[in-house]
Write a protein that binds this ligand. Structure first.
Ligand SMILES: Nc1ncnc2c1ncn2[C@@H]1O[C@H](COP(=O)(O)OP(=O)(O)OP(=O)(O)O)[C@@H](O)[C@H]1O
Ligand SMILES: [Mg+2]
Length: 273
């Protein structure tokens, strides 16, 4: 039981009460990690699952705005942070604790301690999924998380351009070095659907990211279009609109990505411990 070949990784036992912890990262900034983390978390909640969303972007937390809870103040009880409940989704962000206009300058050990607290001193309750939105790059936060918590795996977000793909490759290498299972790659801002005609335009060519995943030997989880409804849902703090109204099939595209992601999680045998 104790030894399985490395190509059959074991899903680690996450923290008590949390079945799966999934981090969402990228090598590059601005590719849509926070948007995708939010959509994944809201989409999973929409399916009736118990979900938490941790905004671990200590440099530029954007989840409070994307969920429309900018001024929220989490309650602290018996040394534990109680997450903010957003329509059933349990949310914690550094943005709740630090004023958004204040530049957050963190040094390595502070980052380490804050991230540890965020995981261990939050009363997450029972969760099927904890989604963690990471800052861009391959720095202290993913490193600390990989060393502190038993992650189920990482999702990498990229855009279709060659430079973004090169960055996704860098992120892939980092997770492999940290021994974190890569659950797959999501291509964001992939194609454009004209709101007036419904025609699809492949702004950056088609199939590049999927081909790259074959070369990197990681799963391709799907493409999400560049769409005004996604941008507006983030700015207005109403991501549930994407699933409830399904503008131009965007909700369906995200649902397909979620289905593929859950299939990847299910393909990893759970820890027997
Ligand atoms: N598929 C999309 N369609 C339209 N707009 C999008 C899409 N994905 C992201 N955006 C917009 O692009 C901007 C950047 O997205 P987001 O903040 O999610 O990126 P990020 O990777 O988290 O950035 P950072 O590296 O700064 O954390 C946001 O304004 C967001 O609304
Ligand atoms: Mg972000």
């Amino acid at each position: 039981m104790s030894r399985l070949p490395s190509e059959h990784p074991i899903r680690p036992q996450a923290l008590s009460g949390i079945k799966n912890i999934i981090v969402v990262g990228s090598g590059k900034g601005g590719v849509g990690k926070s948007t995708i983390s939010t959509l994944l978390a809201v989409g999973l909640t929409h399916q009736g699952l118990r979900v938490g969303l941790l905004d671990a972007d200590i440099y530029g937390p954007s989840i409070p705005q994307m969920l429309g809870v900018c001024g929220a103040q989490p309650v602290v009880r018996a040394d534990q942070i109680i997450p903010v409940d957003v329509a059933g989704l349990q949310v914690v962000s550094i943005g709740f604790l630090v004023a958004p206009e204040k530049a957050v300058i963190w040094r390595g050990p502070m980052i380490h301690n804050t991230i540890k607290q965020f995981i261990q001193q939050v009363a997450w309750g029972d969760l099927d999924y904890l989604i963690v939105d990471l800052p861009p790059g391959t720095g202290d936060v993913p490193l600390t998380l990989a060393q502190t918590i038993p992650m189920t795996g990482a999702v990498i977000v990229c855009t279709p351009q060659a430079v973004a793909l090169a960055d996704a490759l860098r992120a892939t290498r980092m997770y492999r070095q940290l021994n974190v299972q890569i659950l797959g790659l999501i291509e964001n801002m992939s194609y454009f659907i004209a709101p007036d005609t419904g025609r699809e335009y492949d702004l950056f060519g088609k199939g590049g990211a999927e081909l790259a995943t074959t070369q990197m030997q990681i799963p391709f989880l799907g493409s999400i279009p560049i769409n005004i409804a996604i941008r507006l849902s983030g700015d207005r703090g109403a991501p549930m609109d994407i699933f409830e109204k399904d503008p131009q099939g965007v909700g369906q595209a995200v649902a397909l990505v979620i289905k593929n992601l859950l299939a990847q999680v299910d393909s990893i045998p759970p820890s027997v411990l």
